[in-house]
Design a protein around this ligand. Structure first.
Ligand code: ADE
Length: 252
């Protein structure tokens, strides 16, 4: 049986996320039945005629907070189906998202339920007793959790077998995780005076493989040297030789 990656997004702005989920690879994955994502409007769970979802903070201070009741009610309602869920809240205070976390989520059998905050934040009781984990997509502050939820879902869905057309592209990712991707070229061979590296047109697969690995290592050394010292970079003795060559070439 095929693994289905299932998720839910709780937001007060469903229209911010719906179009993204329907286009391109995510849209195709949904049509193929490999992925599904329900989008729920938090406002539908807010009590009262005005369906208020925010309120002022106790203790004072600027901005509004998301009230706990609509979120607890929404999750209570979802849970009626008995489906196991992993409840995720994107926030800048969370654990920093990376490829390992994407792999972990892609293999998750539970439904991933994303609670998207807006305003200045969410009442802490949501995090204390509803949420299983908080995830940050980077050290900057967005206006809400919607984009972060989409980033996390996008990174995980493309790792689900069958979602990305050419399986090799995701295999390559994980193989080379810890080292940046090598440069890619397509036709024409020369464009505005810029030529495609000769080796890529040589048909010599061993040389192409070596060139790609070396250029991946060069980029990593120049742009993200810290990545080379983590275990997952998986450097071979040939890599170490290439790194020494690159250091000489780049005079570093
Ligand atoms: N919400 C606002 N900023 C965020 C961030 N950097 N990561 C995850 N969720 C967020």
């Amino acid at each position: 049986m095929c693994h289905i990656f299932s998720c839910e997004i709780l937001t007060i702005f469903p229209r911010m996320v719906e179009p993204y989920l329907e286009e391109s690879i995510l849209g195709k994955a949904q049509k193929k039945g490999l992925f599904n994502c329900r989008v729920l409007n938090i406002r539908d769970y807010a009590p009262g005629k005005h369906r208020v979802t925010d309120d002022i903070p106790y203790g004072g201070g600027a901005g509004m907070l998301m009230k706990p009741e609509p979120l607890f009610r929404a999750v209570d309602d979802l849970r009626k189906d008995g489906v196991p869920r992993r409840i995720i809240m994107p926030t800048p205070q969370g654990k920093r998202f990376d490829q390992h976390m994407a792999e972990d989520l892609a293999g998750e059998a539970k439904t991933l339920t994303f609670i998207c905050g807006r305003y200045e934040g969410i009442d802490e009781r949501v995090s204390l007793s509803l949420v299983d984990e908080e995830i940050s997509i980077g050290d900057y502050v967005l206006t809400g959790g919607e984009l972060a939820a989409l980033v996390i879902i996008d990174a995980a869905v493309r790792l689900v077998p069958g979602v990305v057309g050419d399986e090799r592209s995701t295999e390559l990712d994980s193989f080379s995780w810890g080292v940046l991707d090598y440069p890619h070229y397509t036709r024409p061979p020369v464009y505005r005076g810029l030529a495609v590296p000769e080796v890529l047109m040589s048909g010599d697969h061993r040389s192409i493989k070596r060139w790609r690995r070396k250029e991946a290592l060069r980029r990593t050394l120049l742009r993200r040297p810290e990545l080379l010292f983590i275990e997952t970079a998986g450097l071979s003795t040939e890599d170490i030789t290439m790194i020494e060559e690159i250091k000489k070439e780049e005079k570093i």
